[in-house]
Ligand binder design. Structure first.
Ligand code: ADP
Ligand code: MG
Ligand code: ZN
Length: 477
């Protein structure tokens, strides 16, 4: 049986989170009443002229630099012509022959190995509007609020060899965009979208097979599943003696399958030509230098720093460092109470669980990093036990406020007053003469029983370390 190798190349569209659109002053804000963020320019009225948004160019160039592209000082906008109801101009303004940036790369990690994925090009373009198909009144509507939102398209080389590599690449790219603060990364709202090109070829064959282009996957998991499905479909076709046809296929998450949408357009179908309404972009090298200086620490560099500086395990460092907001939260907590490993543990278990369950992002979270640090500190200091800490965590998470004030207010503070504990221990020993005799006869296990009784008497608030010391003293005299 022939063994096949998978070849994947990805085209990622990322919406830049500028205030206004790429060529007009309309707002880019999401979720507004349909057709309220619209003007003559983005609705494609005749006779109007586009004016380029400088911040969008800055953001695009920063992304290009973050993935080691060569940023071209001279690039050109081109018209990509096609007809669709959500495209009022009848063409998309994109870049074709002279894109903003080329020849980059991204290092990904899969199963402990580092692999370099080539980035062919990054270009700028404007987004289309949205068609809304309503089943209830059997009509279609067009919302132009999204029309003209700045996008960058990041095209990879066909360097990935399986769905895991594709997802690792996407996660890494996503982390870099969000880290730069130029894209909100929301996949469900379409701020970060991916078209996956996939083909198979017999192992050892140099020439690529015919590819299908997959669309409509709005989560990392769906990208993985769509690719897995498509690879099997192509293998089955070839095994049956059929041919893969070059086409665009839509992924249906409910059916977990891909369906043919249309034959693949060729570049000449789009009749690209330089947009006569826009002058070429000319980037001053001094701007590029300034922008390069403003690049923040990359997620990968931050992960390495977390390994070196805080001695975290590899997997923990990766989770905390990849997401900029989570990393900032972590470092704020550590600077309030210098116990990096304990704080990492509380974040990775309790905090992430609460965030996932509530769907709240870390920046909206009411439990401040200082309050989390305080919780870890009062456990260290023996004010409360770790067990009580876990019990009260969900409430601290939803309420916010000081952890110390909370446990004092609720009377959850551990009894560390020796005379109070002394009395409790005396009572328990007096009430259980048989067990005391058993202990003196050599059965040391009854210590656990005594501890249980003392905890019961004190509603679980006795400081266990002190109780152990007192018990040892009293039983061995
Ligand atoms: P288009 O814009 O027409 O979709 P491009 O030539 O820009 O086409 O390529 C798009 C993507 O397809 C790139 O990411 C590239 O790496 C990938 N690609 C090209 N050929 C193949 C192939 N045979 N198998 C898988 N991916 C491919
Ligand atoms: Mg494509
Ligand atoms: Zn507009």
């Amino acid at each position: 049986m022939t063994q096949y190798e998978t070849v994947i190349g990805l085209e990622v569209h990322a919406q830049l989170n500028t205030e206004s659109k790429l060529f007009c002053p309309c707002s880019t804000s999401f979720g507004q009443e349909p057709n309220t963020n619209v003007c003559e320019v983005c609705s494609g009225m005749p006779g109007v002229l586009p004016v380029l948004n400088r911040t969008a160019v800055e953001y695009a160039a920063k992304m290009a630099m973050a993935v080691d592209c060569v940023v071209n000082e001279h690039s050109v906008f081109a018209r990509k012509n096609y007809f669709y109801p959500d495209l009022p101009k009848g063409y998309q303004i994109s870049q074709y022959e002279l894109p903003l940036a080329e020849h980059g790369h991204l290092d990904i990690e899969v199963k402990g190995e580092t692999k370099r994925i080539g980035i062919t090009r990054i270009h700028m373009e404007d987004d289309a509007g949205k068609s809304i198909h309503s089943a209830s009144d059997n009509a279609s509507y067009v919302d132009l609020n999204r029309t003209g939102t700045p996008l960058i398209e990041i095209v990879s080389e066909p360097d990935m060899r399986g769905p895991e590599e594709a997802v690792a690449y996407l996660r890494e790219l996503h982390a870099i965009l969000v880290n730069l603060g130029i894209c909100d990364g929301n996949m469900e709202q379409g701020s970060f979208r991916c078209d996956a090109n996939v083909s198979i070829r017999p192992f050892g064959q140099e020439e690529f097979g015919t590819r299908a282009e997959l669309k409509n996957m709005n989560s990392f998991r769906n990208v993985q599943r769509a690719l897995e499905y498509e690879i099997e479909r192509q293998k089955d076709l070839v095994e049956d003696g059929d041919k893969v046809v070059q086409e665009t296929r839509l992924y249906d998450a409910d059916k977990n399958a891909t369906f043919s949408m249309r034959g693949k357009e060729e570049a000449h179908d789009y009749r690209y030509f330089p947009d006569p309404d826009l002058i070429p972009i000319k980037l001053d090298p001094a701007w590029l230098e300034d922008w390069r200086k403003e690049l923040p620490e990359s997620p990968q560099a931050r992960k390495q720093r977390f390994l070196d500086q805080y001695g975290l395990p590899e997997d923990d460092a990766l989770i905390l460092a990849l997401d900029r907001a989570l990393a900032q939260y972590y470092e704020a907590a550590v600077s309030a109470h210098n116990e990096p490993k304990m704080i990492a543990n509380w974040m990775l278990s309790e905090l992430l669980r609460e965030l996932n369950q509530s769907g709240i992002s870390v920046s909206e979270c009411k439990l401040t990093p200082e309050a989390l640090a305080e919780l870890v500190r009062i456990i260290d200091e023996g004010l409360i036990s770790g067990k009580i800490g876990k019990q009260i965590f969900p409430e601290l998470f939803t309420q916010g406020g000081s952890a110390e004030a909370y446990v004092k207010d609720k009377g959850l503070v551990q009894i560390s007053d020796t005379s109070a504990l002394d009395a409790a221990v005396d009572e328990v020993l007096a009430e259980n003469p048989d067990e005391v005799a058993a202990y003196k006869g050599g059965n040391k296990k009854v210590v656990g029983f005594f501890m249980g009784q003392i905890m019961k008497k004190t509603q679980g608030q006795a400081n266990p370390k002190l109780v152990n010391e007192i018990l040892a003293k009293k039983l061995n005299t």
